[in-house]
Design a protein around this ligand. Structure first.
Ligand code: MN
Length: 134
């Protein structure tokens, strides 16, 4: 069982992600407002952070940079979830500090596999193929 912080501004997605993580035996905590995410991470001390990239107020890239600069959180693995996967996304997301990202709409299997890989300490950039027609 792992403590996993989920930052996602879409209520349906955050429920989907948290339900999925709970079904895999984990303890998810969802944060809808990214302005609360850093404080929530400091309080929870998660084993993994999953964050949307397209967030109002504090973007996923900004949040990842804040986590990487935080003395207590800098080594926590981060999985980004992005609605758009285009040229340059890979580099930007990697540079901001994510070990992996999964494209939305998510593959439930790929999402769960990537979570387990990161929790197992495989610091590799895993990427799902870009969805067709986006
Ligand atoms: Mn979003």
């Amino acid at each position: 069982m792992a403590k996993i912080l989920v930052v996602e501004d879409n209520a349906l997605n955050i429920k989907l992600f948290c339900d999925l993580l709970a079904a895999h035996g984990h303890q998810p905590e969802g944060v809808l407002d990214s302005r609360e995410a850093l404080d929530a991470a400091r309080a929870l001390k998660p084993d993994l952070v999953i964050t949307d990239i397209q967030l109002p107020h504090v973007t996923g890239l900004e949040l990842m940079e804040m986590i990487r600069k935080d003395e207590d959180l800098k080594d926590v693995p981060i999985m980004a979830v992005t609605a758009y996967s285009g040229v340059g996304d890979d580099e930007r997301i990697r540079a901001a500090g994510a070990q992996a990202y999964v494209s939305k709409p998510i593959s439930v299997v790929r999402f769960a596999e990537t979570v387990e890989e990161l929790l197992a300490g495989k610091n590799q950039l895993a990427q799902t193929p870009a969805p067709q027609g986006v």
